[in-house]
Ligand binder design. Structure first.
Ligand SMILES: [Zn+2]
Length: 126
C-alpha cells in the first residue's frame, strides 16, 4: 500500500514537467506512477508542444496573436515585439468597426474613404 502512495506521489513530478510543456497532466501522472524511472527522463527530454501551449495562453486570455505577423504576444501589449507594429487596442478596434477612427472626426473618415475609393476606382460606391 505504501509503495502505491509513493508511486502516485513520484508520478506527479514527470506529470508537472510534462504539463509545463503542454502535455496531458493525467496521462503523464499515470505514466510516471507506473514507470517513474522512465517517465522522469522522458518528460525532461520531450520538446514543448508549442501549439498546445499557444492555445492554452490564447484561451486563458494572457496572450493574443499579432494581427500582422501572427506571433503570440502579451494581451496587454500595445506594440508587437516581433514586428514592431502598433496594435489596435480593443477600444480602437471597436471604434473602427463602427466606422470611426480614433483621432479623426467622422467627416475626415468619410473624406479618407472617398479618396481611397477614387484612387482605387474599381470598388463600387455604396
Ligand atoms: Zn507582430
Amino acid at each position: 500500500m505504501g509503495f502505491i502512495i509513493i508511486a502516485i506521489c513520484l508520478g506527479l513530478i514527470p506529470a508537472a514537467i510534462a504539463q509545463s510543456k503542454g502535455r496531458s497532466f493525467v496521462g503523464w501522472w499515470l505514466y510516471g506512477a507506473a514507470l517513474f524511472i522512465v517517465a522522469l527522463p522522458h518528460s525532461l527530454l520531450i520538446k514543448p508542444d508549442v501549439k498546445q501551449i499557444e492555445r492554452e495562453q490564447l484561451e486563458s486570455g494572457t496572450s493574443q496573436k499579432c494581427p500582422f505577423c501572427a506571433e503570440l504576444i502579451k494581451a496587454e501589449a500595445r506594440v508587437c515585439r516581433f514586428c514592431g507594429r502598433d496594435l489596435p487596442t480593443q477600444e480602437s478596434a471597436q471604434l473602427i468597426s463602427e466606422g470611426q477612427i480614433p483621432g479623426m472626426s467622422e467627416e475626415e473618415v468619410q473624406e479618407a474613404i472617398r479618396n481611397s475609393r477614387e484612387r482605387l476606382g474599381r470598388i463600387p460606391r455604396s
